[in-house]
Write a protein that binds this ligand. Structure first.
Ligand code: ATP
Ligand code: MG
Length: 346
């Protein structure tokens, strides 16, 4: 019997970011923004990227499309493999074939992606004609279908309207329709719901989850909101000051967070409790160091209660602590290896 009948197909790795280095080059000097960013994304997976403001989440996402503002940003090392092909080696022309086609992006503010002087339908038709070589009437039909898919009521009529004629939530849906037009392998969503009110936020997230199942697109979701992560992500990458500090399945991250920074982020979530009115929001004291002002060694050390000399001197490597969990922290790595040694002796 054909063995492939017995073994279910493993999800394909659609994106592999390895040791990505991005610098800012300004008249004040050169400073790293991303320092060794690494993660993978599999087909049909939702990977959340979390971290405080200024950690480099957006620069990392824009780098996938080679759209980080340059100057000041410059990619100086590492690789970004899209289904095995390093996009950092492609020409600008080849890159245009990837943007919106293989990788599409949705932003916090739909008006940054939508053109105010073109109808919604027109804006969905263009990438379909460019990348999928559809003629105008077939592309228009597909545009209406996409607007229906993202649950915009009366899609035939809405397709002929301009962005300002739609509400914020509808504009966000239209932007998702535009992003999905060419059936991208990867949808990058940078804070897609932050500007929306809570009810619409929930609708958009549900829509993204439905689309992932129906269309099979892998989603890279950048968000501050850990409640959104818990509801929608399969895996989570926690970034701090341009580096990955923890990478785990969503279950492991919430059940057994290992990095002191992740623990701090989780402790900052306000819990709704009627019984305990005294419950305080335990934030993480201090703030993310600015680009150009990052300390040597572990960049989180100045805010970390576990920090010791080693942490201030050398950068912790991202170590595997379980098959679905990696962490970059000297204290955690030491504790894990000590525990393993003790277990070996017993
Ligand atoms: N065009 C730019 N010029 C100068 N500095 C920039 C520019 N864009 C970003 N930065 C700086 O680069 C660092 C990383 O920025 P980035 O926007 O990627 O952070 P982020 O994690 O997405 O934050 P947020 O959660 O606020 O969106 C920050 O310190 C930011 O101030
Ligand atoms: Mg950002």
């Amino acid at each position: 019997m054909n063995p492939s009948v017995l073994t279910p197909a493993l999800p394909e790795t659609v994106l592999e970011v390895s040791d990505l280095q991005v610098q800012f080059e300004t008249i004040d000097g050169i400073a790293p923004v991303l320092d060794g960013l690494s993660y993978t994304l599999k087909s049909g997976e939702t990977l959340a990227i979390v971290g405080e403001s200024g950690c480099g989440k957006t620069i990392g996402a824009l780098s996938l499309l080679r759209l980080a503002p340059s100057p000041p940003a410059r990619i100086t090392g590492g690789s970004i493999r899209l289904s095995g092909r390093d996009i950092l080696t492609l020409t600008e022309d080849e890159m245009r074939g990837i943007r919106g086609n293989d990788i599409a992006m949705i932003f916090q503010e739909p008006m940054t992606a939508l053109n105010p002087v073109l109808t919604i339908g027109h804006q969905i038709v263009e990438p379909l004609m460019l990348h999928k070589r559809l003629n105008r009437s077939a592309a228009w039909e597909r545009a209406v279908e996409l607007l229906r898919l993202v649950e915009i009521p009366e899609p035939e009529r809405r397709a002929s309207e301009y962005p300002h004629q739609l509400s914020g939530g509808m504009r966000q849906r239209a932007m998702i329709a535009m992003a999905l037009a060419c059936g991208p392998k990867i949808l990058v969503a940078d804070e897609p719901t932050t500007a929306l009110d809570v009810t619409i936020q929930a609708q958009i997230l549900k829509l993204m989850a439905d689309l992932k199942h129906r269309v099979g697109t892998a989603i890279l979701l950048i968000t501050h909101d850990l409640a959104v992560v818990a509801q929608t992500a399969d895996r989570v990458v926690v970034m701090y000051a341009g580096r990955v500090v923890e990478d785990a399945s969503v279950y492991e991250l919430f059940e057994n967070p290992r990095h002191p920074y992740t623990r701090g982020l989780l402790a900052s979530i306000p819990k709704l409790s009627i019984d305990d009115e005294r419950q305080k929001l335990e934030g993480i004291p201090g703030s993310v160091p600015p680009v150009g002002g990052r300390p040597s060694g572990c960049t989180f050390a100045p805010r970390c209660t576990l920090a010791r000399d080693e942490c201030r001197q050398s950068v912790p490597v991202l170590e595997t602590v379980s098959p679905t969990h990696k962490v970059a922290c000297w204290a955690v790595i030491d504790a894990t290896s000590k525990q393993e040694k003790e277990q070996a002796i017993v």
